[in-house]
Write a protein that binds this ligand. Structure first.
Ligand SMILES: *Cc1c(COP(=O)(O)O)cnc(C)c1O
Length: 451
């Protein structure tokens, strides 16, 4: 019988993270100071991030050691399994072989602890007492709450208003791990008060929540800030996903023709794909790498590649990335974790340099595939993850037409057990798609500075 599940023993858990930066054909453009517009160094960011993480952010080493304390924490749920989706393949009547890497199994229910744990660890090492952060759907906030608790740090989370209202149980999860969670925009910060004055029920956005968390970190010396995606060190930490998956595919005796990840800021996508991009670059492999985003926040497929702020309040450095403009407020789709205006500079460089592809789908199509997945493979995936599932289903359908026994690997970034409101809407036929008019993108891009 061929294996439905491919496990790695604990001893095969990676002991190094993979840094793609030195392998890029063209080097990354540097982050720029928001005021002077000059390239910045680690000292400029030292007030908000610990030096250990800044060293990783700027590193030109290909492999970076994973500390023992982090590997000890990873053992709670790593190595995660890879599954062969036999039941989904049957339902699709496809010759394709579909595999998925199962990040669902972490205590917070997603890939986010892969970076939350080392981030909390490196902050603790430098005497930080508290970490402030933002969260969209609540996945990042809950992962960081858990990680802060592991290392005895306080955690303060600003949660995007629309998700705070739609997903109360994520807040309860954060509080269970001992964190404090505020609806963003809040009346605790300058930018929060500014948006609340406009609209007391403002839906919020990740860009606003980031500014709020940054304000809190800048105001207090023993507090640092943490970001759950986008930055180089976050992409780095997530590569444990792809490094494990590569060994597991080897155990399965296959190599993927297509690797797929859903794309918000880019971290789970980077995690599953960067090790495979390395093989494309170094060993002449020809795996197609596909980033999947929602049509309601089409950063990679409709945004330009240019310098922009990571947050609405223009406090972050300017990063060169695909962006819809730092003031962009996406429609309230259920995939809260994909509602971000920008994208990781490393993943953006990969797209610009032709190393990856990007596609976008409407949320109803993604729920079609998520429900099919639940009824075949049984796992109920996060609304974010449904985008990766749908892309895998589309690739498998194409394989049926062409008769190709193509090998597809996608990252199952998280579970949907706390996101059942979206499933309920879908099942009762009330889920809507949002067409994003070009004027809205143009308007938001008009506020992006020329650099
Ligand atoms: C946060 C999240 C995402 C999107 O973030 P990335 O940084 O793009 O990975 C995707 N899936 C799940 C389950 C998430 O929690």
């Amino acid at each position: 019988m061929s294996s439905r599940r491919i496990d790695l023993p604990l001893s095969e858990m990676p002991d190094k993270w993979y840094n793609i930066a030195p392998d890029l054909p063209r080097p990354l453009d540097p982050p720029l100071h928001p005021g002077t517009r000059q390239p910045i160094g680690p000292e400029d960011m030292a007030p908000i991030f610990p030096m250990g993480l800044l060293a990783q952010e700027m590193s030109s080493e290909s492999w970076i050691e994973i500390p023992d304390e982090v590997r000890y924490a990873y053992q709670l749920y790593r190595p995660t399994p890879v599954y062969r989706a036999f039941e989904l393949e049957k339902a699709l009547d496809t010759p394709a072989h579909i595999y998925y890497k199962h990040e669902y199994v972490s205590p917070a229910g997603s890939h986010k602890p892969n970076t939350a744990i080392p981030q909390a660890y490196f902050n603790k090492l430098e005497g930080v007492k508290k970490i402030s952060t933002e969260t969209g759907a609540g996945q990042w906030g809950s992962a960081l709450s858990m990680a802060c608790r592991m290392f005895g740090l306080e955690c303060e989370v600003f949660m995007v208003g629309v998700s705070y209202d739609q997903k109360p149980y994520r807040r309860v999860l954060m509080e269970t791990w001992g964190a404090t969670c505020h609806r963003s925009p809040s009346n605790l910060t300058n930018i929060g008060r500014r948006f609340l004055a406009e609209d007391p029920n403002h839906p919020g956005s990740l860009g606003i929540a980031i500014t709020e968390a940054l304000e809190v970190a800048v105001a207090d010396e023993s507090t640092k800030y943490s970001l759950g995606s986008v930055l180089n060190h976050v992409m780095l930490h997530q590569t444990v996903i792809g490094l494990e998956a590569m060994k597991q595919m080897e155990l399965a005796g296959e190599y993927p023709d297509v690797v797929i990840g859903c794309f918000g800021g880019g971290s789970n996508f980077a995690g599953i794909s960067f090790p495979f991009i390395r093989e494309n670059l170094k060993s002449g492999k020809k795996t197609r790498i596909i980033a999947v985003e929602p049509k309601a926040a089409p950063t990679l497929t409709r945004g330009p590649y240019r310098y922009d702020f990571g947050d609405t309040g223009q406090m972050t450095p300017l990063l060169r990335m695909f962006t819809l403009g730092h003031g962009f407020v996406p429609a309230p789709i259920h995939a809260g974790g994909l509602r971000y205006h920008g994208s990781a500079p490393l993943a953006s460089a990969c797209l610009d340099q032709g190393l990856i592809e990007a596609v976008s789908y409407h949320q109803t199509a993604c729920y079609d595939s998520a429900v099919l997945f639940a009824r075949t493979e049984s796992w109920v995936v996060a609304p974010e993850t449904s985008h990766a599932v749908h892309a895998a289903v589309e690739e498998a359908r194409k394989a049926r037409e062409t008769g190709e026994p193509k090998v597809i690997l996608f990252n199952l970034s998280g579970h949907g057990i706390l996101d059942l409101a979206g499933y309920e809407k879908y099942l009762s036929g009330q889920l809507e798609d949002y067409e994003l008019p070009q004027e809205e993108i143009d308007k938001s891009l008009a506020a992006v500075p020329e650099v």
